[in-house]
Design a protein. Structure first.
Lengths: 345, 345
DNA sequence: CTGAAAGCGCTTACAG
DNA sequence: CTGAAAGCGCTTACAG
């Protein structure tokens, strides 16, 4: 564990001042081209890497952004969403040599406290807000703090933070029209947590479209995204009289669970029941039949969110119009597979 | 964005020196009980939170540990393993007020470079090494660096780093004995990446046990853990003559894929084919039939790994015997479910 | 028990 | 273009 090399060492070796070394290293004016070249060569040779803490203290920037997740190990693990999002975020951060710090919290209050502490400590320069709820108190809290943040989800209005979201309504309409075209009239939906914003958006979109198409019924049951509750809801739907001929699931895990329940009840998919899933992980292609599902590029979404956060941090203002960005995800498309067909005659 | 309050502000308000404030805040001797109480009260009232960078620079510790993952967005997302591990790690870190910094890399060289930089920058105080391979070059590299690290996996020998691993051999034996008792003689295995250490351990354990039990055959196909390759391998196994009556999968995603292939080929599970999965996520309970699988508590594993890393960082030496810890995971147990039964007569 | 000072390793005005 | 110095916000010997 040899002592680290500092700019003082380089300055001594090059016979210049520490200031000159700093200017050379950071590509600033203030040193001649020849001195700069010499300093850079020496720095490289000595394997110099600047100390983060010292740099942060001087420029009062952490070169790090944070993400706090209010999730349990189980719900984190089961959903590919977060890892894909983080993977996209990372791609942008690495390019800008920012670090990512991750914290898992148990309650909203803990989460708010994390933001307060992070910002007070200057441990992060900005954060991502995920799992946006209806009337989410975190948005105002973080804005009041003055902590740069990007809202990963929406639509949100009258917020002092840039937000990025997918259009949730159009896919709902697409799915319903697709099932309607196949001939389905009694459609059910196993939906996600009602407190989440995008669940509400989908609720509304389905209701409107169903009315417009004149569908017989669109029963909705809200659960928590887990396979257990998805299975339970499916069992309930399929054992009532006038059962649906098609069920839409708000994520893929519940759809897989629903398919198993149909098998268990001896219902043939897709002959007697059609199934559509949101969030097309490879899970949907592993079942038999493969599940018709809606694909979105979550990694690309993460890249966009990170781009906006870095812009916000570096310029003090988000990228143009970032305050209300809708990610028109070119990839939000329906992939019909073996789990959908016309309803039984 | 009001100016942050620093110890200088508190010192001024309390009418003492900055040194006294520091002593009081850190619970060190050097201030009277009354002064300490007064300082603490003022600090709390002013909402003081110490600046991380300043503290790090003084004590030359980052209060952060790092984890670099060489995985793609897809393989990260599909496997609950990492999120569960991270969730456990977080629990320990939060308790010790350490942060976690996460980086996703593309190649081993990139990963090594990340460790070098992190340590030179003093951005982390230690790291976790995951996805341990056979003759993994990272172990020596990190040890040479002097960077405190915990090897998450094993067994590894002659390494200068503490390692923590589950016993992989015993469960292999248990599974094989279970299938043998049911009457199976032709068993196949769809295994994980051969370059990974634990895959090799399992290879050996199955071979030994199969020989000891006098099993007819244990065919193994190594793939990459994805459902696609798991399905492909299964198709290959089931369409050859003398096909196996039971298949063991090294993770749950491949097992689910394998089940779908059996359905597709019109094979009844478990009547004509038994299936056993490793890594019991809720996936295994969502299929029909539910999959017999091996459960381990990954979150607890993460907690243990983090405990050891923090001990290593704070004392310079790992916890007693940490150099070769085997986590005798009480939870590594086989859960027989609907996917296993005696072979067809 | 307390205060004044030096130091951690950078950056950045400010003079020459 | 270059050097000497102050400052970021802490911690920690070192004198009183």
């Amino acid at each position: 564990m040899a002592r680290r090399v500092t700019i003082a060492d380089i300055a001594a070796a090059a016979g210049v001042s520490k200031g000159a070394v700093s200017y050379a290293l950071n590509g600033r004016p203030g040193v001649s081209a020849t001195t700069r070249t010499k300093i850079l060569a020496i720095a490289a040779e000595m394997g110099f890497v600047p100390n983060r803490a010292a740099r942060s203290l001087s420029v009062s920037s952490a070169q790090t952004v944070g993400i706090a997740l209010r999730r349990t190990a189980r719900t984190l693990g089961i959903e590919p969403y977060f890892m894909e999002l983080i993977s996209g975020i990372e791609a942008t951060l690495s390019a800008g040599s920012y670090g990512l710090t991750l914290q898992i919290v148990g309650t909203v209050d803990e989460e708010l406290e994390v933001y307060r502490r992070w910002w007070a400590e200057r441990r992060v320069d900005g954060v991502f807000l995920c799992d946006i709820g209806i009337n989410d108190q975190r948005l105002d809290y973080v804005a009041d703090l003055g902590l740069p943040a990007v809202v990963v989800g929406g639509p949100v209005e009258n917020v002092r933070l840039p937000a990025v979201w997918h259009d949730n309504a159009a896919p709902c309409q697409e799915i319903l029209e697709y099932l309607h075209t196949l001939g389905h009239q009694r459609i059910a939906r196993v939906a996600g947590l009602p407190r989440l914003l995008h669940t509400g958006v989908r609720d509304t979109a389905y209701a409107h479209t169903a009315a417009a198409l004149g569908l017989e019924s669109v029963t909705t049951i809200h659960v928590d995204y887990t396979g257990e509750q998805g299975a339970q809801a499916t069992r309930r739907l399929l054992t009532t009289s006038g059962r649906p001929t098609a069920i839409i699931y708000d994520n893929d895990v519940m759809a897989v669970a629903g398919l198993a329940v149909a098998h268990e009840l001896g219902l043939l998919v897709p002959q007697q029941l059609s199934i559509v899933a949101w969030d097309d992980s490879s899970l949907c292609r592993l079942t038999h039949p493969a599940l018709t599902s809606l694909t979105r590029d979550i990694t690309a979404y993460g890249i966009t969110c990170a781009d906006i956060l870095l812009t916000l941090i570096n310029t003090g203002t988000p990228a143009a119009d970032a305050r209300s960005i809708t990610v028109e995800s070119q990839s939000a498309q329906l992939f019909p597979r073996g789990s959908t067909a016309p309803p039984p005659a």
